[in-house]
Ligand binder design. Sequence first.
Ligand SMILES: Nc1ncnc2c1ncn2[C@@H]1O[C@H](COP(=O)(O)OP(=O)(O)O)[C@@H](O)[C@H]1O
Ligand SMILES: [Mg+2]
Length: 360
Amino acid sequence: MAMVSLAPDTASSSAKVRAATDAPAALICRNLWKIYGANAEAFLRENPMPTHAEVRAAGLFAAVRDASLEIRQGEIFIIMGLSGSGKSTLVRCLSRLVEPTGGSVFYEHQNLLRMSPAELIQVRRHKMGMVFQNFALLPHRTVLGNVAFPLEVQGMPKEEREARALKMIDLVGLTERAGYYPRELSGGQQQRVGIARSLAVEPALWFLDEPFSALDPLIRHEMQNEFLRLQRMLSKTIVFITHDFDEAIRLGDRIAIMKDGAVIQVGTAEELVLNPASDYVSAFTRHVARAKVLTAGGVSVPVTPGEALGATVPARALVAEVAEVVLTSNLPAAVVDKNGMVIGKLERANVIANLVGGVP
Ligand SMILES: Nc1ncnc2c1ncn2[C@@H]1O[C@H](COP(=O)(O)OP(=O)(O)O)[C@@H](O)[C@H]1O
Ligand SMILES: [Mg+2]
């Protein structure tokens, strides 16, 4: 009986070290609202669940509507949605860079929305790192000066902060460019500086808002690999915004889909592909290579008692990874869980349907 094993560190998407699904929640938001316009707080107090029409009639605009999320420790949590769906606003509410109009945000059991400005600044300076799409580097500072900047703000002595900054610069492979100015760097290099700067304070929480969206596809792919490499070393709790489902699949443990300010579904890529909550969700997943998202376990079907099975494939393996074994066998493959228990079978027709993108 052939056993398909998964290489622990290949270039495939399965090389990502998935965060434990039972890890405790690190960051929680409940019923979060951000309404723009005059007297939005009073409006929300009087109308705790306003519709879009009601918000509009009051001359206001709801950028985030009743969003609730639990982001687990060590997880890469993706926020996806069309442009204008409220992704940036939601993530800024999580760090209170944007003041939410209602709801709560808990980090380490503390409600961020109840913190004093001074406490909040401490949390942001010491616990949170942020990377933005437009790099936002200081043009008159070198790479070293940029990366050391957040430590300077913390009041760290020069020698210590430069040593720490050089460590971060080394982490992103820019040691030889430490004395360069942003204008002397390519887009990819500038974003590496942005990443090093955001890591300088050694944050537990790392927010990235479309960090690679402005980069060429090739550089983008390279940066994604780089990002996964860093996360394997650093194991941070990450909230990563993208509007690209392929990027979400490559990087994310779980994905939240936003539409018109609301979170309409949260799940793994496989869950979103197999059970989309709406047409809006399916539209995002329509062009995805299903075989690279679906697992043997996710698409397996029950075994008939006494049925002969051929090769054994792990439930967590991607359909793409086990396709050859299943397709070259005359018998259906046995799908086994991590204890070696058979949980179902995978047939050729099933694999073919998923490889060519049809309905399984
Ligand atoms: N300061 C603001 N005042 C009014 N509306 C805003 C403000 N900031 C963002 N918005 C609106 O909120 C919506 C969500 O914006 P944003 O969070 O940037 O979306 P995304 O990041 O998904 O593209 C958009 O329609 C935007 O125009
Ligand atoms: Mg945005």
